[in-house]
Ligand binder design. Structure first.
Ligand code: ZN
Ligand code: ZN
Ligand code: ZN
Length: 385
């Protein structure tokens, strides 16, 4: 589907240099053909947002020759309406009594020798059926091949991520009017979910409203805890836009007045987050960006403990057609970031039994530095209580 906002596809077209770059990756790894079933990879490669149902839909991409989209006969219309179908890509349908896996096998066997790459999220049942119909073919994961291309966003993809970032920020702008003392996290979460849809998303991916001590659990969703005066609240929200691109943004709020120790720790976190964003540039490694924020937080002692010891997760993850995708910015990942990569910068601190805080932006590495897609302030947001 084209983006509702700018009317463009995300730069996808059949047999673009994008697919050629992927084919290079296939040849480098001795892969004869790639089979991609419904999910983010299929959406990326065929602009087809197919439902993952029991009947096989699969895009077969040979290392040489034309790609084929295999679809059940009753979904022929949808397959032909996909970007792949629209651009004249070959669609082959199968009837209720045919075996789609033998159709895949026939196409793959026309490609010559080599391994069969299957998408990382393919159902095990399908992987094993492909093994039955193509017993001579070594199976490998397609994820690394596709990710090499998916990680480096085109300018059209960056614009879709910008639309997503702006949409989720408009939701954060409404949060101070939504959250009230006496409300449960779940009640606040329902209202925020409605606001995510109102802001132009087609679906809500997650809503975290982590108040008071719940803020110490980074992946807390919502609970029946009643929000109290003095609570810091971590609000981390995201959804999917009509283009398929995702939003993900965290801001931290406080009901009324925060304690002095929280305010001091928050100021350190804010400085570390902003410094890490500014540190992003082509060639800096994923782990160096993570360490940059962590080191700044090490110098501040929260009671007897360096604040960095309460920063218990990686600093960020890639984002695109999935909320979490490569690159992962974590200690041990020595890959350099490159121009076009889009990822979160989201340090936090989580003090068990007390509170937590996180600040999250989505940034894009540019040829000469970084572009932050989130423009709103990182200051702690006080909600009158
Ligand atoms: Zn757009
Ligand atoms: Zn998030
Ligand atoms: Zn995130």
């Amino acid at each position: 589907m084209p983006c509702a906002k700018c009317g463009t596809f995300y730069g996808w077209s059949v047999e673009t240099d994008l697919i050629d770059r992927m084919r290079q990756g296939m040849r480098d790894r001795g892969v004869a053909a790639m089979v991609v079933t419904p999910g983010a990879d299929l959406r990326f490669l065929a602009d087809y947002d197919a439902k993952a149902l029991e009947r096989l839909t699969a895009l077969v991409i040979p290392a040489t020759g034309s790609s084929v989209l295999i679809a059940p006969q009753l979904e022929e219309g949808e397959a032909r309406e996909s970007g792949f179908g629209h651009a004249g890509g070959r669609v082959v349908t199968w009837t209720e009594t045919e075996d789609p896996f033998s159709i895949v096998a026939t196409i793959v066997d026309e490609t010559g020798p080599g391994a069969l790459a299957v998408d990382d999220h393919m159902w095990a049942q399908r992987v094993l059926r492909l093994r039955e119909v193509l017993p001579e073919r070594e199976q490998v994961l397609a994820g690394a091949i596709i990710s090499e291309v998916r990680q480096r966003k085109t300018s059209a993809e960056v614009e879709h991520l910008q639309h997503a970032a702006s949409a989720i920020e408009s939701v954060h702008a409404r949060v101070p009017d939504i959250i009230k003392v006496g409300m449960t996290e779940a009640e606040a979460g329902r209202l925020i979910a409605e606001a995510i849809i109102d802001a132009g998303h087609v679906s809500v991916d997650f809503v975290i409203v982590a108040s008071g001590p719940n803020g110490a659990n980074p992946h807390h969703a919502v609970s029946d805890r009643v929000i109290e005066s003095g609570d810091p609240i971590v609000v981390d929200i995201g959804g999917t836009m009509p283009s398929g691109y995702r939003s993900d943004c965290t801001r931290t709020y406080v009901m009324g007045e925060a304690s002095e120790d929280f305010l001091q720790a928050y100021a350190v976190l804010q400085a570390a987050q902003e410094s890490a964003v500014g540190f992003v540039a082509p060639g800096r490694t994923c782990e160096a960006i993570d360490a940059h924020a962590r080191d700044l937080m090490t110098t501040y002692m929260f009671e007897e403990t360096p604040l960095s010891e309460y920063f218990i997760h990686r600093i960020g993850h890639g984002i695109g057609l999935e909320s979490h995708e490569e690159p992962y910015l974590v200690a041990g990942n020595t890959d350099p970031v490159e121009s076009g990569m889009a990822f979160s910068i989201e340090p936090g601190f989580y003090v068990p039994g007390r509170f937590g805080a996180r600040i999250e932006d989505i940034v894009v590495c540019t040829p000469d530095g970084v572009r932050n897609l989130n423009l709103s302030s990182h200051d702690l947001v006080r909600i009158p209580a």
